[in-house]
Design a protein around this ligand. Sequence first.
Ligand SMILES: CC/C=C\C/C=C\C/C=C\C/C=C\C/C=C\CCCC(=O)SCCNC(=O)CCNC(=O)[C@H](O)C(C)(C)COP(=O)(O)OP(=O)(O)OC[C@H]1O[C@@H](n2cnc3c(N)ncnc32)[C@H](O)[C@@H]1OP(=O)(O)O
Ligand SMILES: Cc1cc2nc3c(=O)[nH]c(=O)nc-3n(C[C@H](O)[C@H](O)[C@H](O)COP(=O)(O)OP(=O)(O)OC[C@H]3O[C@@H](n4cnc5c(N)ncnc54)[C@H](O)[C@@H]3O)c2cc1C
Length: 664
Amino acid sequence: MKGVDHLAHERNKTEFDVDAMKIVWAGSRHAFELSDRMARLVASDPAFQKDGRIRLGRKELFKNTLRKAAHAWKRILELHLTEEEAGWLRNFVDEPSFTDLHWGMFVPAIKGQGTDEQQQKWLPLAYKMQIIGSYAQTELGHGSNVQGLETTATFDPETDEFVIHSPTLTSSKWWPGGLGKVSTHAIVYARLITNGQEHGVHGFIVQLRSLDDHMPIPGITIGDIGMKFGNGAYNTMDNGVLTFDHIRIPRNQMLMRVLQVTREGKCVKSNVPRQLIYGTMVFVRQTIVADASTALARAVCIATRYSAVRRQFGSQDGGMETQVIDYKTQQSRLFPLLASAYAFRFVGEWLKWLYTDVTQRLQANDFSILPEAHACTAGLKSLTTTATADAIEECRKLCGGHGYLCASGLPELFAVYVPACTYEGDNVVLLLQVARFLMKTVSQLGSGKKPVGTTAYLGRVQDLLQCCCDVQTAEDWLKPSVVLEAFEARSARMCVARAQNLSKFENPEDGFAELSADLVEASVAHCQLIVVSKFIDKLQQDIPGKGVNRQLQNLCYIYALNLLHKYLGDFLSTGCITPKQASLANDQLRSLYSQIRPNAIALVDAFNYTDHYLGSVLGRYDGNVYPKLYEEAWKDPLNDSVVPDGYHEYIHPMLKQQLRNARL
Ligand SMILES: CC/C=C\C/C=C\C/C=C\C/C=C\C/C=C\CCCC(=O)SCCNC(=O)CCNC(=O)[C@H](O)C(C)(C)COP(=O)(O)OP(=O)(O)OC[C@H]1O[C@@H](n2cnc3c(N)ncnc32)[C@H](O)[C@@H]1OP(=O)(O)O
Ligand SMILES: Cc1cc2nc3c(=O)[nH]c(=O)nc-3n(C[C@H](O)[C@H](O)[C@H](O)COP(=O)(O)OP(=O)(O)OC[C@H]3O[C@@H](n4cnc5c(N)ncnc54)[C@H](O)[C@@H]3O)c2cc1C
């Protein structure tokens, strides 16, 4: 039976069509229906319940994850789910596991870097889960510097095999998810050596464990690297350590789309660029951007619903106290995060389109937009994961003391999410890649090369260096062209200033190292411009549903104007806007917060998260927070007995001791 809806009064204030917004959020009616069906399927299956997992010890926790992964696979087969449906189902199970790496990296690596024959051999096995794969790139000594990896793959022409070897302690593979206890195979990245010559780092398909008894192949040492940040959280994953002692694999297990090694050990380059070896990272970075909006929306949904339930101060004549969501300070912290969730959703959609476009072009041997795809995926991965990790923590604070309870769902969400700032490329290292791309683009302007895509605005650099922001009233900040120009001018001016500073160095690499902190700031400005511009593009689409476009406009301007406020130093120091215009932007922000306020609950309802997926007492759909929080406390194992274990050993003697001392 459905209980009372404590947030009904909030939902009654809504000024737009929430069902239509659900479809905008999901991306299409098809995506909405499919994800909704999978979310409900998972939520209604007791085998997928999540209660109490934070209290499990590592071994129980891990076994529980194995059980869920096996159950998910069983349901996928029984229900004949499509690949898309299965992906949603795994997503809603909401527990990091070896399957993430199998489907998210092992399969894509074979698809992206394997030849047709390799794909025909390995993909059917992987699709049926007759083998389980992981992605073993990072080592104890090197993660960011991929060219610094030490594992070797030496071709032996006598046997037509590669010999995979870990020559040093620091060459031990370290971190790969699913590797520690589950994977039977891995894509292992190693330095290719043929005829005594090195040919850079390449991927190899290596069997790690027996398919009969799961024992490591002789010569392979393998295990888990140990507990990670937070209770439960990412400890459901068996991140692993792996060393090779002269392991032999057939020559045809090197992924050879980029470079082929012949029977004689000769290296033959194909027509695809060497950077395609990094292709799996580009793919995963793109999925991480899409995932950022999902994680951010979860935190924001919890903090928004709870902020409407929670009341503090302000009671007059014994009336109700103020809902904390009505405090302007709460709004100025919460609503930009709500706006960011939507902004990241749309930029994630666009990035998916870009990735699909690049993939099609690569198949037609057009590699021209690979550098831009790399810069966009790297930069947006960095921007969105940093912002999301910070936002989850801010949402915890927005929930006051109760946010610190595991029952809020926020500590676990933070612990699971925060490594996204590191894995798949440390966020600063990735911004430095964007900076290289931007500096190269600026340096080519003089030679007449016209920048395209996300850097097209740099082609108008002369105008952008001179333009004056055309804002006289707060309402002027609601013009897309005004906002866009301010962001373009800020980014262009920062890029040009950095490029001028770089040109003062005799050795560009010295300059790049010396100015790297400034360069990273320019990358952030460029990436924020991409997010703002893709949000504005979204508003130009024909979006059905009463009031939906209006809400999206408000969110778009909140996103942009809040950034303007936060990075005011950039905008003022580059002369893009005046202090007076900045002050008008703030006036507009406050007005936008008031307009969003009555719609806040409906805007988070549009994420369509089940209570199961949210996993938060504070974020419950019905807002019935206090009784459930009270109920939850009693489930803690400490409350199994009234008098705790240890009383007789430690508390009682202490009390008696004090009593004796008092008598003395
Ligand atoms: C619970 C889970 C929650 C969320 C997960 C959500 C979705 C994911 C879905 C599935 C995945 C499943 C689980 C995810 C969980 C964890 C997975 C984590 C996996 C990993 O971490 S794998 C390891 C990742 N490692 C890295 O990212 C290393 C980072 N380092 C690098 O990328 C590179 O080494 C480098 C780019 C920093 C430097 O490369 P380099 O030494 O070759 O140096 P250069 O700077 O000289 O570059 C040369 C040249 O190449 C261009 N370039 C570089 N990279 C690329 C690329 N990727 N693509 C295209 N081009 C690239 C560069 O621009 C230079 O070009 P130029 O023209 O010569 O200037
Ligand atoms: C939860 C988790 C899961 C992972 N899963 C996998 C996996 O499945 N497979 C896999 O292969 N790997 C995996 N990794 C490894 C991950 O990809 C690396 O940890 C990541 O790429 C960062 O590399 P690093 O650890 O070498 O960091 P480091 O490069 O050592 O970073 C340390 C510090 O140095 C700074 N730094 C490094 N280089 C530079 C530079 N050039 N300029 C300025 N500053 C710099 C960084 O910004 C950072 O502050 C995982 C990691 C985690 C945390």
